[in-house]
Ligand binder design. Structure first.
Ligand SMILES: Nc1ncnc2c1ncn2[C@@H]1O[C@H](COP(=O)(O)OP(=O)(O)OP(=O)(O)O)[C@@H](O)[C@H]1O
Length: 265
């Protein structure tokens, strides 16, 4: 794989802020359902995601990782509390402004790639920019294409690529518009371990060499070890943070957070 990494300074978007935190939630509560079926998916979480860092969100199944990511990224709304992208309180935005903010300031990588099958790789990568009516920065885009190793696949359709290649397209798409933060939800969940390692390496390298910000949900200690810091959720609560994680330390810590379903209502 070609591994030319973007080394140019990031081009700030007009909407970027100088906040030290690319994203954060404050006193976040999320309830699903009512009465006996009510679930407290987030139970008063306050957590920040520093700009220029790769943060992993870890926790047992059902601990609220995806809910936290979706609410922090404006894909879902909190029952109470606030969510910020930079200095912008997204809990206060109407649907139209929230959609614009998601297009301009947030990148997404999902477990299932979410590429459009009728578009080429090149068209998929620039789709969020096209939707936002923005012109790509050609130098940044060019460097990204090399970083993800897809130059010889630019005119292929996603169906002609392996899963790992498709996820690398999704990574390039997420970073294409120089968003304030890229949220990745189990980005290696559908990949074999080698392709998964490549995607994690790409995320980490783009953060460190091009000053980008990534927040990744994972249940995999090996994946979490690629991050600069791991935040641990259990039962909808933030229970710990770990800097400079290793897979062994993450696994050890993870084992101590057994879920307690009875406390969730
Ligand atoms: N749309 C929904 N309606 C009802 N309950 C939900 C909904 N989404 C999530 N939940 C519940 O909220 C809790 C947290 O779910 P969430 O998906 O955030 O956990 P998770 O840590 O991401 O889990 P996993 O690792 O299994 O994906 C769980 O008990 C889940 O069943």
């Amino acid at each position: 794989m070609t591994t030319t990494v973007p080394t140019s300074e990031p081009t700030p978007t007009p909407t970027s802020t100088s906040a030290a935190f690319a994203a954060r939630v404050v006193d976040a509560v999320k309830l699903y359902g009512t009465g006996d079926t009510r679930v407290r998916a987030l139970d008063g979480v306050s957590v920040d995601f520093p700009a220029g860092r790769f943060t992993a969100i870890m926790g047992p199944s059902g601990s609220g990782k995806s809910t936290l990511m979706h609410c922090a990224a404006g894909l879902d709304t909190l029952t109470s509390g606030s969510a910020f992208i930079g200095d912008t309180d997204i809990s206060a935005l109407d649907d139209r402004r929230l959609t614009l903010l998601r297009r301009r300031r947030i990148g997404f990588v999902f477990q299932s790639f979410n590429l459009l099958p009728t578009l080429t790789v090149a068209e998929n990568i620039t789709l969020p920019l096209d939707l936002a009516g923005e012109r790509p920065d050609p130098e940044w885009l060019d460097a990204l294409v090399d970083t993800v190793g897809l130059r010889d696949r630019l005119h292929h359709r996603p169906g002609e690529l392996s899963g790992g290649q498709q996820q690398r397209v999704a990574v390039a798409r997420a970073f294409a518009g120089s968003p304030d933060v890229v949220f990745a939800d189990e980005p290696t969940g559908n990949l074999d371990s080698r392709s998964g390692q490549e995607v994690l390496w790409l995320l980490g390298r783009t953060v460190r060499q091009a000053a980008r910000t990534v927040v990744m949900v994972t249940h995999d200690p090996v994946a979490a070890a690629h991050a600069d810091e791991v935040v641990f959720l259990a039962d909808g609560r933030l229970v710990d943070r770990m800097s400079e994680p290793t897979a062994e330390r993450v696994l050890d810590r993870f084992k101590s957070f057994a879920p307690h379903p009875s406390r969730r209502r």
